[in-house]
Ligand binder design. Structure first.
Ligand code: PLP
Length: 325
């Protein structure tokens, strides 16, 4: 892999050296259970508190108690969707978009099988959400609206803060979940002054290891526990905390905040340069999603008459890692 070019950072990212460095003590000597009462457990317990505060800042939340650690972005979505719907069984209408990740779509399908009425809002050829359609579907029976912040394949950014306003205006009791997995680390997130009730992120998308995620939950939001058992994560997700990975996610969140300007300027410049070069030099190449706002690291280019998979195989032969979709 010496000469490889890794361009698949929406699939996963490399663990940052600084993240690994902060994690290592908790994989070696500092192995105490953070719930234990003796002194040896104080350091891991404190490390979780610190990581939660870092993720609070990363999400722009008011209070660290609004942050719950999970194992991944999929779990964050499951915890939000299942937890909120199972807490409010009187309302049986839910809304999402056709472009969501399977962790949302397949979870919605489960509720559809249980008799929920589900509206899947469409997008145009640029991937832009039909806000008027969304508006027209919200009603007083709506329990939950789920909209992704940024799309994993074309990078489009949905106006989730405005959508949350619309949701609350049309149905004040409906909850709004945002899958923020592809936004985390790429654009600033600031849930504080928004009407978003829940927002999920995943560590491995911004240089923490695979196996750790987080869910922001607004204090007034009621959820049933995702894993029942002990008191961890304030009773919503039982199980001894994954201290090294939580510490890693906290450090990655801090680094992502420090590097945000680089992401928004330098990464965008490189992405735009690559796009311009391909569009200029490759016959019948076209940019998918050219008018909407996108995360700075993502491009999606269509090549007419050629199968995406064939292109990926050729790219792989010359050491370039990319994805089609
Ligand atoms: N949501 C989006 C938009 C994603 O791109 C992904 C992963 O690719 C997920 C959720 C799931 O995240 P995880 O792999 O951490 O479960």
């Amino acid at each position: 892999m010496n000469k490889s070019v890794y361009l698949d950072n929406n699939a996963t990212t490399k663990v940052d050296e600084k993240v690994l460095e902060e994690m290592l003590p908790y994989l070696k000597g500092e192995y105490a259970n953070p719930s234990s009462m003796y002194d040896f457990a104080m350091k891991p317990a404190k490390a979780i508190v610190e990581a939660r505060a870092r993720v609070r800042d990363f999400l722009g939340a008011k209070n660290e108690n609004e942050v719950y650690f999970t194992s991944c972005g999929s779990e964050s979505a499951n915890m939000a969707i299942k937890g909120s719907l199972n807490c409010n069984k009187s309302k049986k209408h839910i809304i999402t978009t056709k472009l969501e990740h399977p962790c949302v779509l397949n979870t919605y399908k489960e509720f559809e099988k249980q008799g929920y009425e589900v509206d899947y809002i469409g997008v145009n050829s640029e991937g832009q959400l039909d806000i008027e359609e969304l508006k027209s579907k919200i009603k007083k029976e709506t329990a939950l609206v789920s909209v992704m912040y940024a799309n994993n394949e074309i990078g489009i950014i949905n106006p989730v803060e405005d959508i949350a306003e619309i949701v609350k205006e049309k149905s004040p009791e409906a909850l709004m979940f945002v899958d923020g997995v592809q936004a985390g680390g790429k654009i600033p997130i600031n849930v504080k002054d928004t009407k978003i009730d829940m927002l999920g992120v995943s560590g491995h998308k911004f240089h923490a290891p695979k196996g750790v995620g987080a869910l922001y939950v607004k204090p007034s939001t009621h959820l049933t526990p995702f894993i029942t058992g002990g008191h961890q994560e304030r009773g919503l997700r039982a199980g001894t905390e994954n201290v090294p990975y939580i510490v890693g996610m906290g450090k990655a969140a801090e680094l992502a905040m420090d590097n945000m300007n680089y992401e928004l300027t330098e990464v965008k410049r490189l992405r735009d340069k690559l796009e311009t070069g391909i569009l200029k030099n490759v016959f019948n190449a076209r940019l998918n999603c050219s008018v909407a706002e996108r995360v700075p690291n993502t491009t999606n280019i269509g090549f007419e008459y050629v199968e995406g998979e064939l292109i990926l195989l050729h790219l792989s032969d010359v050491g370039i890692c990319a994805s089609s979709g």
